[in-house]
Design a protein. Structure first.
Length: 118
């Protein structure tokens, strides 16, 4: 596993920190998620999406259904990435963004981190 890059976006006081990793297995995904949950104990949500050659996965991590994991996964697909994991750590800022706002926020920060030059 290798951290490719990170990027941060703030929307209505909510902070979205995106991480892009190069991965080789689902076990690496689990290990990265464990480490991020320890590092970001006060984060409200840590949704993610990954794509390997023969498998893929995503999680909204208690955000409304398909407002976090799916937009992140769609960004990975559009960029034609393989062996890629994108995790977004969200610190809630006190203002609800609504389903559309969440979807746009996760999609935007995932695109930012995947557009970084590595």
């Amino acid at each position: 596993m290798k951290l490719i890059c990170t990027n941060t976006l703030v929307i209505k006081k909510s902070k979205f920190i995106a991480y892009a990793y190069q991965i080789d297995s689902v076990e690496e995904v689990k290990k990265i998620l464990q480490n991020l949950k320890i590092e970001h104990k006060k984060a409200r949500h840590i949704p993610y999406a990954y794509k390997l050659v023969h498998t893929a996965g995503k999680s909204d991590d208690k955000e409304p259904s398909n407002t976090a994991g799916l937009p992140i996964f769609n960004c990975i697909e559009r960029k034609k990435k393989e062996n890629c994991l994108v995790v977004v750590v969200r610190y809630f800022g006190g203002t609800k963004l609504g389903a559309g706002g969440l979807l746009r926020a996760y999609m935007t920060v995932a695109n930012l981190v995947l557009n970084e030059k590595n």
